[in-house]
Design a protein around this ligand. Structure first.
Ligand SMILES: Cc1ncc(COP(=O)(O)O)c(C=O)c1O
Length: 710
């Protein structure tokens, strides 16, 4: 619109549903700016002053500086409060359409129809820091053709407040016809994004920035203060954009503190909750699960191969006991019930079940043989790749389960240092050296148990004390560098220093964090290089593979110790792992996982808050692997709350335990359906937990913990 006279009398007129529209442009690219006075957190916000002009004017001025937008329409409601917006537009000669207050999808549709828009750019009036170049980027991509809907928020790589969505009139019309839920009508675009019916894509920021740390939209007084401060700083230069604001924020850290806690799109969760119904979901048909379980009881101790997959981890009689099939983020149980799966084989699937490219790589290897009599070149190729990606990795040995890797690393450390004691923090697998230190230590000789010493996370003094109690005896400090609680500043550096001081090796157990928290694992993220590190879980996207990597000098000890088993170099899993790493390196899979995980986490916490249960249900940790905390009214961890939650989610088609194990296959549709489920579950729990004896709503025994380590 640069050089285009926005306010010329011919282009613009006040448009009401019954007034003929007067645009001279046929089928233009139209920015429809939604605006209303009735914000709950900041009433009248869109007309509040920002450096001498109403916020809405700031937004319009920025949209007018784009190259691609030909016309601007403000879409507000017919509510009396919004007369002020209409009057403002009339005064400034801006097209203003008035429509439904709650059915904003209809408001968009009617506004777009009136001006015969072919392409609609959705802008919200609470984003006075919009960057015209960012809008142009999205619109230009859209105009290249082939898309129904484009945005820059899936995943967001720009600050919150630079959101731009572009869609065709045809797509809008289809959504207008088909979308039925309140949330879809009120928030305009969820149906376009999540129904899977439209050809959509995302526009990414070429400059990598931590987008979620920047909140430039105005939802509450803190946001307003932030934006006003920015405008004040640029008083003399109103054409400032993304790069200018970023450099100011980066050089003035306290600016970011002003509004850093707010959640993206909080209003959306509010609508989801409003719409939800409080009631127990009907039971699932589970006859075949019961039949298989009855048979398993005769032949399989515990009826499962992994404790965490056992029947005690879900509400018995309510949840399925056997799964048959998985695809992407979905699984189907033996009775044919479908679930969105947030367990994902206990973090085994990083890209989702049955990933076609990974499976194809493994199948090709199966066709050529996969358990050979001599090493296979894939061992070298994968080892070379890992040494390129992981900071501490100079050499590599492969195993199958994570426990192979941790046991191998511990044995290597003992052999290298010629010491026996191990300090550990977190969970490290089933082998004697570790499990002997837990309450499930039956069968582990006392002599072995005595050599492993757990220490608490984020407590350097405790580690120092432990290491000092047995001077010269510790072979290694092995720990998960992070799980759900961030390391205190300097903590990991401190651990490394202590290990060095006491002559022990530092081993990072990255079985869970590896690749999920970035291609170089948590060690790359925090910039701490251990002596050895262990990887497994999602490395082969479900194919069994794990590895120990580390400093060559230490790794050479594998030539002396016995770390050797039949399937160590099994080649189909090596091929799968290489393919996984290719995909992670070449696509935005990890970024999407993190963005969708953040959406899910924010949604969980927002919906818990809507239900008045924020103190009792909390989702913490990294968005790609977040922990659900369940507490009773006294703030104590509670299996009853967990059981009620799992009972109601599984009946509604969401399979989870205490974590969100995200995969790249958890797409927008899956997250949205999960949040609809959470809305209903929280509303139901809010009513149950406000009554005496909420345990009477439990339809089976309370879930039992395996044991607590995290
Ligand atoms: C941090 C960590 N280390 C080690 C292991 C052991 O891995 P596996 O069960 O594959 O032997 C696990 C398994 O959950 C883990 O979470």
């Amino acid at each position: 619109m640069k050089g285009h006279q926005l306010t010329s009398k011919t282009d613009l007129a006040v448009v009401a549903p019954h007034v003929e529209q007067k645009s001279t442009t046929r089928h233009p690219v139209v920015a429809v700016i939604q605006a209303r006075m009735g914000s709950t957190r900041l009433p009248g916000k869109v007309l509040l002053d920002i450096a001498g002009q109403p916020m809405l004017w700031r937004v319009i001025s920025r949209v007018c500086r784009t190259e691609t937008i030909e016309q601007v329409v403000v879409a507000t409601s017919t509510a009396a409060a919004d007369d002020a917006i209409s009057a403002f537009c009339a005064e400034r000669g801006i097209v203003c359409f008035r429509g439904s207050e709650t059915d904003v999808l209809d408001r968009y549709y009617q506004a777009a129809r009136l001006v015969q828009a072919k392409t609609i750019v959705r802008i919200t009036a609470d984003c006075p820091l919009l960057d015209p170049d960012v809008i142009d980027l999205a619109v230009s991509r859209f105009l290249e053709g082939g898309w129904d809907y484009i945005s820059n928020v899936n995943p967001p790589t720009f600050p919150d407040g630079l959101d731009t969505e572009v869609f065709s009139f045809a797509a809008l019309e289809r959504a207008w016809h088909e979308a039925t839920s309140l949330a879809h009508r009120e928030h305009v675009t969820p149906y376009l994004r999540t129904s899977g019916l439209f050809h959509t894509t995302n526009v990414e920021n070429e400059q990598p920035i931590p987008a979620h740390e920047h909140r430039w939209t105005v939802d509450d007084p803190a946001d307003l203060e932030f934006v006003r401060r920015i405008y004040d700083i640029f008083a003399a230069k109103l054409e400032f954009g993304l790069a200018d604001v970023l450099s100011v924020v980066d050089s003035t850290p306290e600016l970011r503190q002003i509004n850093r806690t707010a959640i993206r799109n909080a209003g959306y969760y509010h609508t989801l909750y409003e719409e939800a119904e409080a009631k127990a979901a009907p039971p699932l048909p589970l006859m075949l699960s019961r039949v298989w379980f009855a048979r398993a009881q005769w032949v399989i101790p515990g009826c499962a191969q992994t404790f965490s997959k056992g029947y005690t981890q879900h509400v018995q009689g309510v949840a399925p006991l056997f799964l048959q099939r998985g695809q992407g983020c979905h699984v189907w149980d033996v009775d044919g019930n479908e679930y969105i799966d947030y367990v994902q084989g206990l973090l085994a699937n990083l890209l989702g079940y049955a990933h076609p490219e990974v499976n194809a790589a493994a199948i090709a290897q199966y066709a050529d043989g996969h358990s050979f009599s001599l090493p296979h070149p894939l061992e070298v190729q994968l080892a070379e790749r890992l040494t390129r990606l992981i900071p501490c990795a100079e050499m590599v040995r492969f195993g199958k389960n994570g426990s192979d890797a941790t046991a191998g690393a511990v044995r290597a450390a003992r052999a290298f240092t010629r010491r026996d004691r191990i300090a550990c923090c977190g969970y490290h697998g089933w082998q004697d050296w570790y499990i002997g230190s837990t309450t499930r230590n039956a069968g582990v000789p006392g002599a072995v148990r005595e050599l492993t010493h757990p220490f608490p996370y984020n407590d350097l003094a405790a580690l120092e004390k432990l290491l000092s109690e047995h001077p010269g005896e510790f072979a290694a400090v092995i720990m998960e560098p992070v799980n759900f609680v961030e390391p205190h500043p300097g903590y990991l550096q401190g651990v490394k220093k202590l290990a060095r001081k006491h002559g022990a090796l530092l081993i990072f157990d990255e079985i869970c964090t590896g690749f999920r928290f970035g291609l170089g694992g948590a060690q790359a993220r925090y910039g701490i290089v251990p002596d050895l590190a262990c990887f497994g879980k999602g490395m082969g996207n479900g194919f069994p593979i794990a590895c120990v990597v580390g400093r060559a000098e230490v790794m050479r000890v594998f030539e002396e110790i016995f770390f050797s088993f039949t399937f160590g170099g099994e080649a189909a899993s090596l091929a799968a792992a290489l393919k996984v790493l290719n995909i992670l390196e070449q696509t935005d899979a990890l970024a999407r996982m993190e963005a969708n995980g953040r959406w899910l986490q924010d949604g969980f916490n927002s919906l818990a808050q809507e239900a008045g249960l924020a103190e009792r249900f909390q989702c913490i940790g990294h968005p790609s692997w977040s922990l659900l905390k369940f507490r009773d009214a006294n703030g104590t961890d509670s299996l009853l709350e967990r059981s009620l939650f799992q009972q109601e989610t599984v009946k509604r088609g969401v399979l989870l335990m205490v974590t969100h194990n995200l995969t790249a296959a958890h797409d927008n549709g899956a997250i949205e359906r999960t949040l609809e489920t959470y809305a209903a579950v929280f509303k139901t729990l809010a009513s149950w937990l406000s009554e005496p004896y909420p345990e009477r709503f439990l339809e089976g025994p309370v879930i039992q913990p395996v044991f607590r380590v995290r």
